[in-house]
Design a protein around this ligand. Structure first.
Ligand SMILES: Cc1cc2nc3c(=O)[nH]c(=O)nc-3n(C[C@H](O)[C@H](O)[C@H](O)COP(=O)(O)O)c2cc1C
Length: 696
């Protein structure tokens, strides 16, 4: 700054008490006036700090020209009034879905497609968050409404159904007397609140006057039978609609709802090449960002299995933060082999890098992936190509069969579902692998046999690649910018060839990134932070943490955080961690740092349970629930007298067994002052006494 301006800055300093201040000299010469003017501009510039403000045109530097007019990731719902939408698009059936990990959404899309292809019934699949809940009252009596709703968290709705659910819980005064509906719930009976969402929704809409066309049907994923139960429900719904609306069944025909077109005028730089677009515009998820992996290491020792720890560095994204107990969503990549097989079958090997643009041909159809892109990027980053192929998709492939022998090969499995399930399980049949097997069985060349399948069909039937959620294993107090992931690398042996393994999609991707990040510092992941209710209690409370395998993840964070707080002379309650794994020499992950934290934290303890090895001085061979049972009396006292909080993380079945063991212990050891222990347990749980972070 020029020294000529210093006197003028000086007089602005209110160093002299008010009232005793001398008035600043009035500028008299033209030079003084010019200097004041320059000073005002300089000060304005200094105070506004424009170099700190975001450039309002920054987005333009990154804008893809073809997206300027709203192209890209399709948003089809211009109106939020569902009745209006049905009328404008001439649809007779709306299938609302509330889905967290994509199953209900996929089912809704399949059902809408089948209603049209088999019966010519104009149908739409609708994301519940795209429409105003009040507008359901305007749906005319002639239309039919279906709900496919999953239950998540602890009996909670999926993110996209949350606001509809809240609306219903406020007992709205709107009438649904015109609504004729059927509902299908997706849940898992390992969870305490089994299929609660569909029950709550059906009860609420019945109370508003809606008429159920058939009883609510619930799928139980506990034995992996959701698909079977959906197929049975779908057939009964289709028969019901056929009778009610007097529909004639026809040979299925594919009518594209999307247009996928090559566009060589686009430059590679214009293409979406892997960055996901979050579809969850909600308050529970942050934006999706690409974040480097700052540290990665293998956690298992002496094992043929792998378990990786990765620290994700969010330093470049100051607006994204996490709290201890949150989840991190990770977008995986499909393996190159799977991409190649599918490209080969569709005869697209040579055209894999040509830009493609995707457009919606039906105003109710959202484009499920970012556009423009290329076929290779589409298969690698955006479509669920590594998943098993449903029987509905199998049946719809028949119309594209390249020869009668291929058609008859696939046709036998369409007729015999059990045989197809066995074939798919034995061979890990993804779409590419199924097409390749059918081509080989039909005596066709391995590559390009299915070149007549339109790419729009592939995009419509496969659906978008979904992120996978992990419980964050770091503490936001100790590593505020570096959420950590702890992932077991999953490999399932192939039934037909047990020496071959089916790799878990996300965990294999994490393993790959973890290996490459050890040699290339630029390795990164696409991630988003997802808020969770699994929060540690206030530190003065006693805590009982129970985790098995990678279920230790959030407890590593809780324990290290409590140890640090103690080191800062904060009062910390008693801390017990129950941890179960196979063998202390193999998969006792984070052993040293956990033991060190416990050594530095008075009243803290780790109780281990090893399912495959005796461990001298410990509980002995057993599961974590056995270790909890062995300490049942003491834990009951902690719960009843010290109001200790219990936290469980791991598989839902393990959590259910832990809950049963604790209930028994409480019953045997404590007079709860209430006859009905189940009632006590439910209200204790509701008040945060028992929290779960569990999966499948
Ligand atoms: C983290 C997690 C929490 C879950 N919570 C419940 C629950 O509280 N009650 C229930 O019945 N099912 C629960 N489930 C099971 C899901 O509802 C079931 O897997 C369903 O098929 C998922 O459907 P979606 O993919 O459409 O979301 C949960 C599943 C996961 C992974």
């Amino acid at each position: 700054m020029s020294s000529a301006l210093l006197p003028y800055i000086d007089f602005l300093r209110p160093s002299i008490p008010l009232g005793q201040q001398q008035l600043p000299p009035i500028p008299q010469t033209q030079g003084d006036i010019a200097a004041c003017f320059a000073l005002a501009i300089a000060l304005g510039f200094w105070y506004c700090k424009p170099w700190d403000l975001p450039d309002p045109y920054r987005h333009v530097y990154f804008e893809k020209p073809q997206l300027k007019n709203g192209g890209g990731h399709g948003r089809a719902a211009e109106t939020r009034n569902i009745a209006k939408k049905l009328e404008e698009t001439n649809k007779d059936l709306v299938i609302f879905w509330g889905s967290q990990s994509g199953t209900a959404e996929e089912f809704a899309n399949r059902l809408a497609r089948e209603c049209y292809s088999r019966f010519g019934l104009n149908s739409m699949s609708a994301d519940l968050s795209d429409y105003d809940a009040e507008s359901l009252s305007d749906i005319p009596e002639s239309k039919i409404t279906l709900f496919l709703l999953s239950t998540y968290g602890e009996g909670d709705p999926s993110d996209n159904a949350a606001s509809f659910y809240r609306y219903l819980q406020h007992k709205p005064s709107h009438s649904l007397a015109n609504m004729q509906y059927a509902a299908f719930g997706l849940g898992n009976s390992s969870y305490q609140y089994y299929n609660r969402v569909v029950d709550v929704v059906a009860t609420a809409i019945d109370a508003m006057g809606a008429r159920a066309l058939m009883p609510v049907t619930k799928a139980d994923d506990v034995d992996g039978n959701t698909e079977e139960q959906f197929l049975a429900w779908k057939e009964s719904i289709l028969r019901l609609l056929q009778n009610k609306l007097d529909l004639a069944e026809r040979e299925p025909i594919y009518e594209p709802k999307l247009q996928v077109k090559e566009d060589e005028s686009l430059d590679v730089i214009d293409l979406h090449s892997g960055e996901p677009v979050s579809r969850d515009d909600n308050k529970t998820s942050s934006a999706v960002v690409s974040a480097p992996v700052s540290d990665a290491r293998e956690l298992f020792q002496n094992s043929s299995r792998n378990c990786v720890h990765l620290d994700v560095d969010l330093s470049a994204h100051p607006t994204i933060s996490y709290k201890t107990g949150d989840h991190i969503a990770v977008w995986p990549e499909n393996p190159a082999e799977e991409v190649d097989i599918l490209l080969g079958q569709l005869g697209l090997h040579d055209r894999r890098n040509i830009p493609i643009g995707i457009k919606s041909l039906d105003p109710t159809m959202k484009i499920p992936v970012p556009t423009p892109t290329s076929t290779e990027f589409l298969f690698k980053h955006y479509l669920e190509i590594s998943a098993a192929v449903s029987t509905d998709t199998l049946a719809s492939l028949l119309q594209f069969a390249p020869s009668p022998s291929v058609r008859s090969f696939l046709g036998q499995y369409v007729k015999n579902r059990q045989a197809y399930i066995q074939l798919a399980e034995e061979n890990h049949l993804t779409l590419g692998r199924l097409l390749r097997m059918a081509a080989i069985k039909g005596g066709l060349p391995e590559d390009g046999a299915w070149a007549n399948i339109p790419l729009s069909f592939v995009v419509e039937v496969l659906g978008a690649l979904r992120p996978r959620l992990y419980s964050i294993s770091s503490s936001s107090m100790l590593a505020p910018r570096k959420p950590a992931i702890t992932a077991l690398v999953v490999e399932k042996p192939l039934l037909s060839r047990p020496a071959e393994f089916i790799p878990g999609l996300a965990s294999t991707h994490l393993h790959k990134v973890s290996l490459s990040s050890r040699s290339e510092p630029s390795s990164s992941l696409h991630v988003a932070i997802r808020k969770s209710k699994f929060r540690p209690p206030i530190t003065t409370k006693d805590i009982i943490m129970i985790g098995a395998g990678t279920g230790i993840a959030p407890f590593r964070a809780f324990l290290l955080e409590r140890a640090r707080l103690h080191a800062m002379s904060r009062p910390v309650g008693r801390t017990i961690l129950f941890f179960g794994c196979r063998d202390p020499q193999e998969d006792y992950i984070y052993k040293e740092e956990l033991e060190q934290a416990v050594a530095n934290l008075p009243g803290a303890e780790i109780v281990t349970a090893f399912s495959r090895t005796q461990y001298p001085g410990k509980v002995g061979r057993g599961y974590v629930q056995d270790a909890v049972a062995a300490r049942g009396e003491e834990l009951s006292m902690m719960i009843a007298q010290q109001e200790a909080r219990v936290y469980v993380c791991g598989r839902a079945a393990m959590s259910r067994e832990v809950a049963a063991v604790l209930k028994d212990a409480l019953k045997a050891n404590v007079d709860l002052g209430i006859e009905n222990h189940t009632e006590w347990w439910t209200s204790w749980r509701r008040m945060g006494g028992f929290s779960e972070d569990v999966w499948g």
